[in-house]
Design a protein around this ligand. Structure first.
Ligand code: HEM
Length: 508
């Protein structure tokens, strides 16, 4: 009889353990999980995305398995969504559930332990940052007041192209490399918003460009430790050292900008241009009233995010657009005819002209459709259980919405692989549902869409209006995509450009 309490003290915990395992097992069996391709132990489906660029590999999985698929990348469950209706469900009905970001290694290092708006969890800090962006930088009023500085930067690009020596005669054709020029254009605009253009030097710009490109390539590579957190616990952090070195370089550059602002404030007691304060000025004055929230780390993180998130994406969209125009000269001619008809040939384009150029806007939309700069958006993560396409999606699932595949879905687009800007004209230029989501959708949608569209519109209008553009003689335009989280063009675009005679007086 004395062994009875001992036996029951052993049996009861065992019974409880068994019952809870059985309950969890029946619950998971009862769950209607999305379909999943066959997987390997441990790596799950990682092998399926190892070869092609991830957006193409994931599109192939969706073609075989459907628009809502559950993958296991290492030990991480991933919901892959590849149709407009499924994306709409995620970013409308379940927008709050999917408003979080997964805890990945690269942003931990790049995003100052996720203090940037892009990587911080959905919550009060994210809302605070989003408000700062919206009020001080990206509201319609703020965009209107920064329009002159964008015009200046775009015109200085046109001038520099005009001043390039012609290959055989002064105002004749000249061979130019456009990728770095477009990057510099966007960088100068963003630097104007972050810290005023006066404070950067060409050398800083060059160094920053290298950092952005390398960072995008390193962080875009699938990081094994992200899919096997156990490796992180064992101390393996993949490309951490490489990223940390890049971050160090980036922070040194941005740190200098902050110090210069601070020194100027101390010297003059001024807050800079009150009408149009830079991001760093706004943050330094917030720091005075709340130093705990607005630390130097936050200021550095936000500045780096503005310069990083904006430049690569906006510049590569312009570069793809120019490639498509070179391949389709009839579209280029139609765009120029629209500019000549609406603006004439006596002056250069201004930002306020852009809404009156519907065909140009169609070209930009069609470029964003075929070459969305962030083809898989930024990963989201579910913070609660929800259902998508009738399937159960457990809490803690990473969401990848394949915008690239959605933009080329034959169920929603006629001849999806063709470059046909006029398709947007037929629909009055309106987006239908979530067939188009180059900037994402819902709460975590890109806050820079308005700025990007204004800048892309003005830059393309100016370049098309003022110059003739041709492919290099005897060469086709190489449309290969490079590596990275964004979708850069692998080979920098080189073209032949010739100032238009009718625009010479406006350019000179
Ligand atoms: C987020 C695209 C330009 C700042 C995003 C996202 C996409 C995107 C797809 C993720 C949305 C999601 O999570 O579902 C683009 C494209 C651009 C562009 C295609 C240019 C053509 C810009 C510019 C800025 C910017 C100019 C800065 C002014 C950001 C930030 C986020 C973001 C801060 C994170 C938002 C958050 O997590 O709450 N962008 N972007 N982007 N973008 Fe952009």
């Amino acid at each position: 009889s004395s062994s009875l309490p001992l036996l029951s003290s052993l049996l009861i915990p065992l019974f409880v353990l068994f019952a809870s395992l059985a309950w969890r097992w029946t619950k998971s069996v009862r769950k209607n999980l999305p379909p999943s391709p066959p997987s390997f132990p441990i790596i799950g489906h990682l092998h399926l995305i190892a070869k092609l660029p991830p957006h193409r590999a994931l599109a192939a999985i969706a073609t075989a398995r459907g628009p809502v698929v559950l993958l296991r990348l290492g030990s991480r469950p991933v919901l892959l969504v590849s149709s407009a209706p499924a994306a709409e469900e995620c970013f409308t009905a379940h927008d709050v559930a999917f408003a979080n970001r997964p805890n990945l290694l690269a942003p931990q290092i790049l995003g100052f332990v996720c203090t940037t708006m892009g990587w911080t969890p959905h919550g009060p800090h994210w809302r605070d940052l989003r408000r700062i962006y919206a009020v001080h930088l990206l509201s319609s009023a703020a965009l209107r007041s920064s329009s002159d500085s964008r015009t200046r930067v775009v015109r200085s690009l046109a001038k520099s192209l005009f001043l390039e020596p012609g290959d055989s005669e002064p105002n004749g054709p000249r061979r130019v490399e456009m990728k770095s020029r477009l990057f510099n254009l966007v960088y100068d605009v963003m630097m104007g918003l972050v810290a005023t253009a006066l404070e950067e030097s060409a050398e800083d710009r060059h160094r920053f460009r290298e950092i952005v490109e390398e960072t995008s390539a390193v962080s875009g590579a699938a990081n094994v430790a992200d899919f096997f957190p156990v490796l992180q616990r064992l101390g393996w952090r993949g490309p951490e050292r490489k990223l940390a070195r890049l971050v160090q370089k980036r922070d040194a550059l941005i740190g200098q900008l902050i110090e210069r602002h601070r020194a100027r404030r101390r010297r003059s007691g001024s807050n800079g241009d009150k009408e149009r304060p830079t991001m760093i000025e706004v943050m330094l004055s917030l720091q005075e009233s709340d130093p705990e929230t607005y630390t130097d780390v936050t200021i550095k993180a936000l500045s780096a995010e503005l310069l990083g998130a904006a430049t690569d994406t906006t510049a590569s969209t312009m570069e793809w657009a120019m490639c498509l125009l070179l391949i389709h000269p009839e579209v280029l001619h139609a765009a120029r005819a629209e500019l000549d008809a609406k603006i004439g040939q006596g002056r250069m384009a201004e930002e306020k002209d852009i809404p009156n150029l519907p065909y140009l806007n169609c070209i930009i939309n069609e470029t964003l459709r075929l070459y969305p700069a962030v083809p898989l958006l930024v990963p989201h993560e579910s913070s609660q259980h929800c259902t998508v396409g009738g399937y159960d999606v457990p809490r803690g699932t990473m969401l990848l919405a394949n915008a690239w595949a959605i933009h080329r879905d034959p169920n929603t687009w006629d001849e999806p692989e063709e470059f046909k800007p006029e398709r947007f004209q037929c629909e009055g230029g309106k987006e239908a549902g979530l067939r188009m989501l180059p900037f994402g959708s819902g709460r975590r949608k890109c806050p820079g869409e308005g700025l990007a569209m204004r800048l892309i519109g003005l830059a393309l209008a100016t370049l098309i209006h003022c110059f003739e553009w041709e492919k290099l003689p005897g060469e086709e335009v190489d449309m290969t995509e490079g590596p990275g989280l964004t979708m850069p063009k692998a080979k920098p675009l080189e073209v032949v450009c010739t100032p238009r005679h009718t625009m010479l007086h406006a350019l000179s």
